[in-house]
Design a protein around this ligand. Structure first.
Ligand code: MCA
Ligand code: AMP
Length: 502
């Protein structure tokens, strides 16, 4: 019996004194020490009565202990459910209720606020602070540093990651051990990761990019990570010389290009920079090459599918494209209406099939059925084409989605809040260009007849209810929303009209 994900990513490193994590202040954490923490945390989880497949919701700052909690869930056969630290209590209440989580681990500073919420839903509460203190580690430190790994099958669940939806309600994407392990293996080969690698890790660990793409790949090869709490230019400039590779969202690279300290000399020993989660402008790609001599390797993925395509390691990394389908990933372009596969060169919806594709949305069989075909193809909602050389281009989205600094924002979620406000007849939220984050939301509000809604008041309400990154840059009052003959709001017209207004 075995637990493939634990055995291959974690267990294999048992006893190694090699540093797994190098913290911001230079402190190394060996694989041995990291796995001891993982085992201690696994004891705490099972001592709380958690059983295989139970969900562990985690909203904490990035820390070695937070990453060990992921390992502990895998080792104990539990489902790890990481949550963006920016989510408000109202957003959190939904995730707890929808997932049926047994335990919530949160920052101590939020414990009082969340205790009522947790108790009301019968959820246990533990705290874990950014520095590693809190009730969870307090209990863990008294536990043995080895744990008998719980048997799991490749098709068993390993994690739930919530992705927003066009209806405004988030959906829990169920990811199996096989989804995660197969993708990590493919990326290791495709991007030539080895135990010599030292990855500069500045991404959050509550999303696929920082948690699975970055951490799983390094765990799979037994490399090291310079583990920064967040993207901080000073720390990046200081630590780059000790790294071999870095993964980022486009905002990382535009910010670095705006920093005079980011020079060719600083990057000469680097072997790989990757970008994803949002489109990398071809111009950023070119400027990066001019400055450093490195061509950023752009890849394309989704929460539901992990990584789908990548530019090649050795061949031409073509700016403005996301490269080729990864080995084992089938990609086709289909007509958005009929679902029929289109010819090479035609623009349509990107569909994906492979071991990387998730199992479905938690307790949402209807949503699963509309996006995951019976033959296994997942309808991504991204519009793209395959060019004559086989490179995949993403040309737009068939879903109403804004990507801000690599975070997804579904306009519907903001519109629902705006529509509830006094004096508001209806609203539309659109994505407008933003120099730092790529895109940002703009809220357009149509007042009820003879009403003058208080925009400051409305913004205050949005701030209280929605995560910071979803806050519109601005709210504007407009007379009406343009609609097509079917009554659908024509957001393309709004984007043309209001793009310059923020
Ligand atoms: C921070 N703020 C943001 C964002 N991030 N607002 C909009 N969009 C954002 N992405 C807010 C802050 O709360 C702050 O508010 C203000 O903007 C300025 O913050 P600043 O300090 O400049 O930002 P930061 O903390 O440096 O963060 C920017 C960031 C960060 C480094 C780009 O957003 C980030 O790490 N993004 C990575 C996201 C990611 O990992 N995505 C992967 C998803 P205030 O001033 O009020 O305090 S996985 C995925 O998409 C798929 C699978 C894939 O393909 O990878
Ligand atoms: P998420 O739901 O957070 O996993 O975000 C997935 C979405 O991010 C995809 O459906 C794409 O729209 C977008 N995305 C990820 N990587 C890229 C990329 N390299 N270029 C353009 N869009 C991307």
């Amino acid at each position: 019996m075995a637990n493939p994900l634990y055995d291959r990513l974690f267990g294999i490193h048992a006893g190694k004194s090699k540093p797994f994590l190098l913290l911001e202040d230079g402190t190394p954490i060996s694989y041995r020490a990291f796995l001891a923490t993982t085992a201690q945390l696994a004891h705490v989880l099972v001592n709380h009565g958690l059983k295989p497949d139970d969900r562990v919701a985690v909203q904490v700052e990035k820390s070695p202990e937070a990453l060990a909690l992921y390992g502990a869930c895998v080792q104990a056969g539990l489902v790890f459910l990481p949550l963006n630290t920016a989510y408000t209590s109202e957003e959190l209440a939904y995730f707890l209720e929808n997932s049926g989580a047994s335990l919530l681990v949160c920052d101590g500073a939020k414990a009082d606020q969340l205790r009522l919420l947790a108790e009301g839903s019968g959820v246990l509460l533990e705290t874990l602070n950014g520095g590693g203190s809190g009730s969870l580690m307090g209990e863990a430190s008294a536990q043995p540093s080895t744990f008998t790994t719980v048997d799991r099958d490749l098709q068993d669940l390993a994690a739930f990651l919530y992705t927003s939806g066009t209806t405004g309600r988030s959906k829990g994407a169920m990811l199996t051990q096989d989804n995660l392990l197969s993708n990590a293996d493919v990326l290791v080969d495709y991007w030539r990761f080895s135990e010599e690698d030292v990855l500069l890790h500045a991404l959050p660990i509550f999303h696929t990019h920082g948690l699975f793409v970055a951490s799983n790949v390094i765990l799979a090869v037994g490399g090291s990570m310079i583990f920064l709490p967040k993207f901080d230019q000073d720390a990046i400039v200081e630590r780059l010389p000790q790294a071999t590779s870095m993964m980022g969202v486009p905002t990382f690279y535009t910010r670095l290009l705006g920093d005079d300290r980011f020079t060719k000399e600083l990057t000469t020993h680097m072997r790989l920079f990757t970008s994803g989660s949002a489109p990398l402008l071809a111009d950023t790609h070119r400027q990066f090459e001019q400055r450093t001599g490195h061509r950023i390797l752009e890849r394309y993925g989704m929460t539901e599918t992990n990584m789908n395509t990548s530019n090649p390691y050795d061949g031409e990394r073509r700016a403005g494209t996301v490269g080729f389908p990864l080995p084992g990933v089938e990609l086709k372009i289909t007509d958005p209406e009929s679902g029929v596969e289109l010819q090479k060169g035609s623009i349509g919806v990107i569909e994906i099939r492979g071991r990387n594709v998730f199992k479905g949305y938690w307790q949402m069989p209807e949503k699963t059925a509309t996006e995951l075909r019976e033959d296994g193809f997942f309808i991504t909602g991204d519009m793209g084409k395959i060019d004559e050389d086989g490179y995949v281009h993403i040309v737009g989205r068939n879903k109403d989605l804004i990507i801000s600094g690599g975070y997804n924002i579904y306009p519907k979620e903001i519109e629902l809040v705006l529509d509830e406000q006094p004096g508001v007849l209806e609203s539309a939220v659109i994505g407008v260009p933003h120099t730092d984050f790529g895109e940002a939301p703009l809220g357009l509000i149509v007042p009820e007849k003879d009403h003058a809604p208080d925009l400051d008041q409305i913004m205050a309400s949005v701030k209280q209810r929605l995560a910071r990154f979803k806050h519109p840059q601005k709210l504007l009052l407009i007379d009406n929303l343009p609609r097509n003959t079917m009554g659908k709001v024509q957001k393309n017209i709004l984007r043309e009209r209001y793009s310059e207004r923020v």
